[in-house]
Design a protein around this ligand. Structure first.
Ligand code: OAD
Length: 236
């Protein structure tokens, strides 16, 4: 561990679970799933949006309103502390569309699946801040077209900033995955990239994930306990 200088941290829904944001897939303990009663194809694909935009806009409006009532938990704060104090390169790649890493104070954060708190205009291709709802079809603040959509990467769309992510993976000495099921690619493949490059890998998760077998070490438990403990070790 003393040789580690550059770190890439992948986070998933599990890091926000203890803030009261449901994960996507119900856990082994049968918790609720964020997809609610909807089929993924209906609310998280471009085809679903084309078929029933109102359903999709309402779904994301509810999620956007909900995350604004939640607070970061000790796992988010611990990563923010690591970000502030770690002298080497550090990148938090999150699959989460909430802003809890930022609200905890983290700066080096990349949202590969987009963000609830921005809207994307399909006319002018500009992303603008958004806290309110999209169901009333507000005009784009840049071009005034009423073509704003959730700035969330749907199935069949390319996640954001992949070049930056792969560049960081190539030069990191440690890859850490926190609270993700390893079910959705390309994020699920990062551990394999890291292992092939000879990078140390660590998983922190509530239960074993689909990718657990690939990590050099897996620690099981709630993120609010495991992440602060790991950050303390890194900063010791
Ligand atoms: P999932 O819901 O698939 O997985 C959540 C993971 O967090 C599971 O492995 C749980 O065991 C773990 N977990 C739950 N509570 C936890 C806790 N308190 N502490 C630590 N771990 C905990 O969510 P993701 O892996 O993030 O993509 O899902 C990946 C992507 O699938 C999402 O970004 C989303 C979805 O389709 C898009 O919307 C594009």
């Amino acid at each position: 561990m003393s040789k580690i200088r550059n770190i890439v941290i992948l986070t998933g829904a599990g890091i926000s679970a203890e803030s009261g944001i449901d994960t996507f897939r119900a856990g082994a303990n049968g918790g609720p799933s964020l997809w609610e009663q909807h089929r993924v194809e209906d609310v998280a694909t471009p085809e679903g949006f084309a078929r029933d935009p109102e359903l999709v806009l309402r779904f994301y409006d509810r999620r956007r309103a909900a995350i604004q009532t939640k607070e970061p938990n000790p796992a988010h704060f611990a990563l923010a502390q690591l970000d502030a104090e770690w002298a080497g390169e550090l990148l938090i790649v999150t699959q989460n569309v909430d802003d809890l890493h930022e609200r905890a104070g983290a700066r080096r954060v990349l949202h590969m699946h987009g963000e609830h708190l921005t809207a994307w205009c399909s006319s002018c291709d500009v992303r603008s801040p958004l806290t309110a709802s999209l169901i009333e079809r507000p005009p784009c603040p840049v071009c005034a077209a009423r073509t704003l959509r959730p700035d969330v990467v749907w199935f069949g769309e390319m996640p954001y900033r992949m070049d930056e992510i792969y560049a960081a993976l190539r030069t990191c000495d440690l890859f850490v995955s926190i609270g993700t099921s390893g079910a959705v690619y390309p994020a699920a493949g990062f551990v394999q990239n890291a292992v092939e490059l000879g990078t140390e890998t660590l998983e922190l998760n509530l239960e074993r994930s689909q990718g657990s077998g690939m990590f050099h070490e897996t620690r099981l438990g709630p993120a609010s306990a495991l992440v602060p403990q790991w950050v303390e070790e890194m900063l010791a």
